[in-house]
Design a protein around this ligand. Structure first.
Ligand code: ATP
Ligand code: MG
Length: 619
């Protein structure tokens, strides 16, 4: 703890030394002149800007791959690839393998005419070509825009146009659980939609994921000659070495859309030097990373967690990691734990939504696997309610693993608030203390700097506004209470949605809860609770009083729910977060006719109708 405090202080008071020394562990073609940060967060003094490692030139692909190979880690396993289906097997890729792959693809992209600064879209499943495509872009200075493989043709089309990306890397199709996802067919459709708007995609590079396998028949797609090319043909003639483009520290590295929980997704642009150090340092310190660790982050590369904690952070740390193509429930609800046992995973990082979903099936699917290799557990994405934290700690971690509840955002690129496990005691539900004050932070919303300034810098002059609420306890620990927009003001009491949700989930029959405010004649705002029960529990009205009592006992009478709304399913973004803005609309008196806003990132739109059918005010 003392060491943390000293390092924290040093990171803020002497960034030149603290971050400068750390940055010099990496290769810089041109050394930086100044660590910085040089920034302006005050809109009255001009454009908002942040600059790190000014004057320096480096390359992420070099530091993730070549540097490791040069230091003698070429044969170390970088990626264990675990397929969706057990009978489909697995594969291991060493750092040298990945480097060769990346160079061939980078050369192919260059031969295609791709230049520094061009935007390329990647619409792939979790196969090794996904991180490899990101690194190939980074190698030649192209800006990657990874679109999660669950998005629809419309969403993909919008992102292609927004990024003006004329090349897409996709796959024929992939099995996700028992169902095929037709990535190529969706890409074809997206190209058609974009073309109607006058934007033409010139090249579609298609990885043969199901082709030539027993599941080939599951892939159904067309082929546009002249535009489409198989990945293997695309890279076939290319050399296995490729010189890096040396990128200015503030040159764009990638753009990525936020989850769309609170509105239309924002295309955040991240740059090179600061992002690199942020991803590296947080992976190293948050996860207490050691060379012998086997690391497994379940996030898809389509989200920021997959960028920073699958592709970049682990590789900058020369880590060995598991890349999992499938879903936690296929072929059975114990798949994550099977993977952990198989590869002797020591660091496991997932989201509260997955933990709550797996908790519903009880302890047995976890405990029938040998999880003794686990040492550290991480969570990210939403506040984790203490009940889920304790289950994660006790059942998954066997009571001997530390838990890192990592709070951060697409915009920050790396962890903001997180325990440094081992160094500090944790409290269930608290993200604990700030990480070292340091680099990272997206410098703009792609193509819309004004939206960037208005969203993040208009609330508090001179400060970045995350949009999230938080409490600090007497020990200085931080407790995220949910989005500021979601704080409910009941008769003058400010109540965080996360608190009420935690109280509900602590009830033995409750699996998940989402709480919103609604207009209330007397209290100003009332508390409306959407509740999902555990497998096999009946949605009976008699239980509602019990749940209200539960909240009253845990928090107090002022937080007593006004309505309990049964929710066999909740509206979630494709990254697994509850979309409370949709729930707020469904709690309004005229819910039937409400416009639900941008629901393009909603994973399953049909839950809205189910919720309407359970509406407590249904006539
Ligand atoms: P949008 O910005 O489009 O509304 P989003 O904010 O959900 O979507 P992300 O960048 O994926 O997009 O998520 C970041 C947000 O997730 C944070 O602002 C916070 O609300 C929530 N979050 C992430 N990790 C945690 C955590 N450990 N505890 C509490 N909240 C978290
Ligand atoms: Mg956000």
């Amino acid at each position: 703890m003392e060491e943390y405090q000293a390092m924290y202080k040093a990171s803020l008071e002497d960034p030149e030394k603290f971050w400068g020394d750390m940055a010099r562990e990496f290769y810089w073609k041109t050394p930086f002149e100044k660590v910085g940060p040089t920034y302006n967060f005050d809109r009255t003094k001009g454009d908002v800007s942040i600059r790190w490692f000014e004057g320096g030139a480096t390359n992420l692909s070099y530091n993730c791959l070549d540097r490791n190979v040069e230091q003698g880690f070429g044969s170390k396993t970088a990626i264990y690839y675990e397929c969706n289906d057990l009978d489909d097997g697995h594969a291991a890729y060493s750092y040298s393998d990945v480097l060769r792959m990346v160079c061939k693809l980078a050369n192919a992209l260059k031969a295609e005419g791709v230049q520094k600064g061009d935007r390329l879209s990647v619409y792939l499943p979790m196969i090794v070509e996904l991180p490899a495509s990101m690194l190939a872009c980074a190698r030649i200075g192209a800006v990657h825009s990874v679109v999660f493989g669950g998005f629809s043709a419309e969403s993909l089309a919008g992102r292609l146009q927004d990024a003006q990306s004329s090349l897409v890397i996709t796959a024929d199709a992939v099995m996700r659980g028992a169902k095929p996802v037709q990535l190529k067919a969706i890409t074809d459709k997206a190209c058609e939609i974009a073309a109607k708007d006058g934007f033409n995609v010139q090249r579609v590079v298609c990885v043969a994921r199901l082709k030539d396998t027993p599941r080939a028949g599951q892939a159904q797609h067309g082929w546009v000659s002249g535009r489409d090319v198989w990945y293997s043909d695309f890279v076939a003639a290319q050399a296995e070495e490729c010189e890096c483009e040396w990128m200015d520290s503030e040159a764009p590295l990638f753009m990525l859309y936020t989850s769309g929980s609170t509105g239309k997704p924002k295309g955040v642009l991240h740059t090179t030097g600061g992002y690199m150090l942020g991803a590296f340092a947080t992976t190293k310190y948050t996860f207490d990373y050691h060379p012998e660790d086997v690391y497994f982050c379940t996030a898809d590369c389509g989200w920021i967690t997959g960028h920073s904690y699958v592709t970049y952070g682990p590789m900058l740390n020369t880590a060995t990691q598991v890349l999992f193509e499938g879903v936690p429930t296929h072929p059975d609800v114990d798949r994550f734990w099977k993977v952990c046992e198989k590869y002797k995973v020591s660091i496991f990082y997932t989201a509260p939504t997955a933990i709550r979903a797996l908790m519903k099936s009880g302890d047995a699917p976890v405990t029938r696997n040998d999880l003794s290799s686990l040492r550290l557990l991480g969570t990210v994405g939403e506040p984790i309610n203490p009940e889920a934290w304790r289950w994660y700690y006790r059942v998954v971690g066997g009571g001997h693993c530390a838990i890192a509840d990592t709070y951060w955002q697409t915009e920050t690129g790396s962890h903001l608030i997180t325990p440094l496990v081992g160094a500090m005691d944790c409290k269930p539900g608290s993200a604990v203390l700030p990480f070292f004050g340091g680099p990272g932070g997206g410098g703009t919303v792609y193509g819309d700097h004004k939206r960037f300034e208005e969203t993040y810098f208009s609330q508090f002059n001179g400060c970045y506004f995350t949009g999230d609420g938080c409490k600090r306890d007497k020990d200085g620990f931080y407790w995220l209470t949910g989005r500021m927009d979601d704080v409910i003001n009941v008769s003058g009491h400010r109540i965080g949605t996360a608190e009420v949700e935690s109280a509900l989930v602590a009830h033995a029959k409750v699996a998940e809860a989402a709480v919103v405010g609604f207009p209330h004649d007397i209290k100003g705002e009332g508390i409306w609770c959407y509740v999902t029960l555990n497998e096999g529990e009946a949605y009976e009205d008699s239980l509602k009083a019990d749940l209200k009592k539960q909240v009253r006992e845990v928090i107090g009478a002022f937080a007593m729910p006004d309505e309990i709304h049964w929710a066999p399913g909740l509206p979630k973004t494709r990254s697994g977060k509850i979309m409370r803005r949709v729930l707020r609309k469904l709690a309004l008196p005229d819910y039937e006719t409400q416009d639900l806003g941008d629901t393009s990132t909603l994973a399953d739109p049909s839950v809205v109708d189910v919720l309407k059918s359970y509406h407590p005010r249904k006539k």
